[in-house]
Each structure stands twice: as C-alpha cells, then as structure tokens.
Design a protein around this ligand. Structure first.
Ligand code: PXG
Length: 285
C-alpha cells in the first residue's frame, strides 16, 4: 500500500511527516474528540452520523470546531480520494490545539486531523468462532464526569479495562457503570439474545451511542426482530442464549464465553449469524 497521506488543517502530509506540536492539549490532557469511520466499497459509511456525533462531542466539551460540517464532510471525501481508498478506516481527530502548559483551553486553536488507513481489531477466525471476554473491575466513566456519550480523546478508562482483558488472556472486556449495570465493552456496544428477543443497553447505562449499534437496530427491526433497549446486569449475560458486540472497528462479533462461563451453547448463535450476514450485505449496498 502507498504511504498514507494525512490531512491536517487543510494540508496533506505523508504519514511520517504528519506531526502535531507537543504543546497540543490533545496530547497534554487528552483534550479533544474523535471519530472512527469505515470506508466500504469506496464510500464513507454513515458519514453524516459520524460527523454529527463529532460535533455533538465537541459541543459537549465546549470545543468549537473551526470549520462547518459541510467542509468537514468535503475534507473526509477528499482524503479518501487522495488515498485511493476503497476499503479502509478513517480516524478523524479534533484536538483542543496548542496552548500554554496549563489546563486552561482558552488560548488553544483546534487542530483537525484526518487519517485514512486500515484497521483490524480482532483476528478473522474470531468472527466464526467467537470471542472470549471478561468483566472488567474498572468501571465505565461516571456520566457526570467524562460522559461516555462524548467520544473524547481521553480513553484511559477503556484502555485500563482493555489491559485487564489482556492480562486475563482475552481481547475484550465488559465494562459496568457506577451502578453495577452493564454499560458496554472497551470499543463496542453489547447485544444480548434471550428467548428470541434482542436487547442492548440504553444511553443512560453510560455508553457511547454507536453508529454500528444503530445499524444493528435498523437491520434487526427490518428482519422482524426489533431490538429493545434495556438496563442489564451480569445475570443477563450469564443466562443469555447469545451475546455479540458491535462497533466500527469490530463490525459485529460474537462472544462465546464471559468470565469463563460459556454463553448459550458456547458457539456463535443463529440470531448473530443472520445479523452478520445482513450487516455484511448492507454495508456494501
Ligand atoms: N463504545 C465505545 C466506547 C467506542 O469507543 C463504540 C462503542 C462503537 O461505536 P461505533 O460508532 O463505532 O459503532 C465505540 C467505537 C479502536 C476503535 O481503534 C474503537 C471504536 C471505533 C473505531 C476504532 O479500537 N470504538
């Protein structure tokens, strides 16, 4: 593959020349927002939804993105074209920008970065065989602190849970909220199938409202299996017939074991397999 060309504030740089100041508050404090977006068949998947979520995240943290949504969309399209990407991944980042060595963001001017590259989160065979996951002891950020609905550059909460998973020999972890309810995984939303009914955790359980989650809900409804948003606990995981995760990077992936306990038959189930087939067909329409 050719060296990725990275868009920074309207100019292109080769991957190795694409640099941001060490005084950027994105680096110093994790102050900023981002999106992870898929490119399928040369098209940006759910572009509007990602751009809208980015501007909502920015607004929530009081960050004024200096360009319009239309110009942002044009920049995304141009970066995909410049990189001749047909299948791939866009990382769109808006940092608070360069400022002084103090928390005060008022002197910062945001930096906008668009990276167009590839991503693969889990080995391909896991889509057939299923993931083994754990419940992390690290809880999801309290919504009154850094709200999980904001896709901020501050992912330490999720990374700590990911490290727990890796230490336990797994690739993913369920994160609970401050009430002990299921929130989501470190970079994916969660779906539970029980007695033919599909449930997912609601926004007020402390989740990022995933773009892929919304697609799963649309596809399930179209297939006559509407997803219900429900508060859940680990009990719901342990007694589930099927469990699967959704996310831009992960797409849809089945979970066959949680905390050492097999989920359902211990194999990916029929509801998941049917949704994965629908999802794979849908993203290329
Ligand atoms: N929850 C969290 C905490 C996420 O970070 C999702 C749910 C799923 O949302 P989407 O909109 O993608 O369906 C995410 C998204 C990565 C990576 O590099 C992670 C995400 C997206 C892209 C890349 O691990 N997480």
């Amino acid at each position: 593959m050719a060296t990725p060309r990275v868009w920074i504030n309207g100019k292109y740089f080769d991957k190795h020349e694409a640099k941001i100041s060490v005084y950027d508050h994105g680096l110093l404090y994790g102050d900023g927002v981002f999106e992870g977006i898929r490119i399928y068949s040369g098209k940006i998947f759910r572009c509007k939804e990602h751009v809208d979520r980015l501007y909502d995240s920015a607004r929530s943290i009081g960050l004024d993105i200096p360009i319009s949504r239309a110009d942002m969309t044009d920049a995304l399209l141009d970066t995909v074209k410049t990189n001749s990407k047909v299948e791939g991944y866009i990382r769109l980042v808006v940092t608070r920008g360069v400022g002084t060595l103090g928390l005060d963001p008022r002197k910062c001017e945001p930096n906008i970065i668009i990276i167009c590259d590839d991503i693969s989160l889990y080995p391909p065979e896991l889509y057939d065989n299923g993931l083994e996951i754990i419940t992390a002891a690290t809880i999801r950020n309290h919504p009154a602190a850094t709200n999980p609905q904001v896709k901020s550059l501050n992912y330490l909460n999720n990374i700590l849970a990911k490290l727990e998973a890796i230490r336990a020999g797994c690739l993913e972890a369920i994160m609970l909220n401050h009430k002990g309810e299921i929130a989501e995984c470190t970079g994916d939303n969660i779906f539970v199938v029980k007695n033919g009914k599909i449930r997912t955790t609601p926004p007020d359980s402390g989740i990022l409202e995933g773009v892929t989650r919304a697609v799963v809900m649309e596809l399930s409804a179209a297939a006559g299996m509407p997803v219900v948003e429900a508060t859940m606990t680990r009990h719901d995981i342990f007694v589930a017939d099927e469990l699967f995760l959704s996310g831009t990077a992960a797409e849809l992936i089945p979970v066959v074991k949680c905390d050492g306990r097999p989920i359902g038959t211990g194999r990916p189930g029929p509801v998941f397999r049917s949704l994965l087939e629908r999802f794979r067909a849908y993203v290329r329409t």
